[in-house]
Design a protein around this ligand. Structure first.
Ligand code: ATP
Ligand code: MG
Length: 410
């Protein structure tokens, strides 16, 4: 008989099953993302097999760790470290008991339930009676345990499928969503704050590959700001891999705008330039949308009127603001889960707070903003900024003087 310790990981995809004709493409992307994520975290990925809409990670070195890593990949509903067992009642019962005994060495659950799924109808016993039979065996061996079918402390899962029979004790909840890359690429405006990393993650969750653009105000800000962005980007990279971060020197444009009239509009004018430059970069890289961490009503620049003022300068591209429906507390909870929170709250100098107007306009008008920009060479400034774009090297140690440490952007 097979060893009673988990020797594979069962990965259950989420929404893929809804995808009809696209399903094969989605599965291919998910398989690749699983392989890359496991390679990245473990150095090498176990063999991955796909059967009947499931993925099996075979003979992983550390099944629990592998299952946790796999569950984190977008598109995965949940994952179970499992033991493969011959599809025979006696072998399954024995494997279930052994797995349970190992668990009882670590924990002391008081209640349990056996859940059987019999997808392969050649198995001689129906799922209900077989669950009862295994449950009876467990009670014989462990009289201290009680059955609780509603809220058991321990669930013993048995799945009998054409490709094999599996016994497992855990279903590690997955990240859900769609596999990164299945819905195209977008450009996210990444600051050093709490919000934009969360907004970016939410787009990844819906299948987008996210590229990043950061506006750097050095020398007004110190090298710490860029370093912080690099660390945030590395954390975000762990959710998608292959991350690109572009850094746009922004100080010159800020100087130009600071010299204009209309102090109360200053933040809005910065933001409008960010939109223009982001739009130009997105079009150059053929990215399908812009993403920001704006919410509604959080700060002066995020009133409904001001979002419109900023949006008016955006190129003809969708601009997604996935946080618009969240309270700050909800965003913070997500940031903690993603792993960006602790980095985001480190003090840093923000290019917009730096030159913040004393009393910012809260009900701005696009026409007024445009009037304040009159006479500026918008296209020239945008093109110039694009020219000076650099790609941030995520692996580089902190560069002297906060240099991005990357090559010219393509
Ligand atoms: P965050 O926590 O993401 O900084 P915030 O609530 O502080 O957001 P703002 O500072 O007003 O809000 O910024 C709104 C959005 O504008 C950010 O979420 C981000 O998408 C974009 N943004 C602001 N500053 C920068 C920057 N320096 N580089 C790139 N994007 C920026
Ligand atoms: Mg901010």
């Amino acid at each position: 008989m097979k060893s009673p310790t988990p020797d594979c990981v069962l990965v259950r995809p989420g929404e893929l099953s809804l995808k009809g004709g696209n399903r094969r493409r989605f599965e291919k992307i998910l398989r690749r993302n699983l392989r890359l994520a496991l390679e990245h975290a473990l150095g090498e990925a176990p063999r991955i097999e796909k059967r009947h809409g499931r993925f099996y990670l075979l003979d992983p070195r550390d099944p629990r760790k592998t299952a946790r890593l796999a569950a984190r990949v977008f598109g995965v509903a949940n994952a179970s470290p499992a033991s493969r067992v011959p599809a025979e009642p006696a072998a399954l019962e024995q494997a279930a008991l052994k797995l349970l005994e190992r668990r009882l060495e670590e924990a002391a659950p008081r209640t349990f339930a056996v859940r059987v799924r019999r997808a392969d109808k050649r198995f001689p016993i129906r799922s209900g009676p077989f669950a009862a039979e295994v449950g009876a065996r467990v009670l014989e061996a462990h009289p201290g345990l009680k059955v609780d079918l509603d809220a058991p402390e321990l669930e013993l899962g048995i799945e009998i499928r054409e490709e094999g029979a599996f016994v497992f004790l855990e279903k590690i909840p997955g990240s859900g969503g769609l596999p990164v890359g299945s819905e195209g690429r977008v450009l996210s405006l990444l600051s050093g704050g709490i919000d934009s990393p969360v907004a970016s993650w939410m787009m990844m969750k819906r299948g987008c590959r996210v590229e990043f653009l950061h506006f750097d105000s050095s020398p007004f800000t110190g090298p710490g700001s860029l370093e912080k962005v690099r660390r945030l980007a590395r954390i975000l990279d762990s959710w998608q891999g292959g991350t690109k971060v572009f850094v746009c020197p922004f100080a010159e444009i800020q100087k130009v705008l600071r010299a204009r009239r209309g102090e109360s509009y200053r933040t809005l004018l910065y933001r409008r330039f960010m939109m223009r430059i982001a739009g130009a970069l997105a079009s150059r890289r053929r990215l399908g949308a812009l993403v920001t961490g704006d919410s509604l009503g959080q700060v002066a620049s995020q009133t409904l009127a001001n979002l419109r003022v900023v949006h008016a300068a955006a190129a003809d591209l969708p601009v997604f603001r996935p946080l618009v429906g969240l309270d700050k507390e909800e965003t913070i909870a997500l940031a903690r889960r993603i792993g960006t929170y602790e980095t985001s709250i480190e003090p840093y100098e923000d290019c917009c707070t730096l030159f913040q107007p004393r009393s910012p306009a809260t009900a701005g008008k696009a026409e007024t903003a445009a009037a304040l920009e009159a006479g500026l060479d918008l296209e020239g400034l945008t093109a110039g900024a694009l020219e000076n774009l650099r790609e941030l090297d995520l692996d580089a140690p902190p560069g002297p003087g906060g240099s991005p440490g990357g090559g010219p952007a393509r």
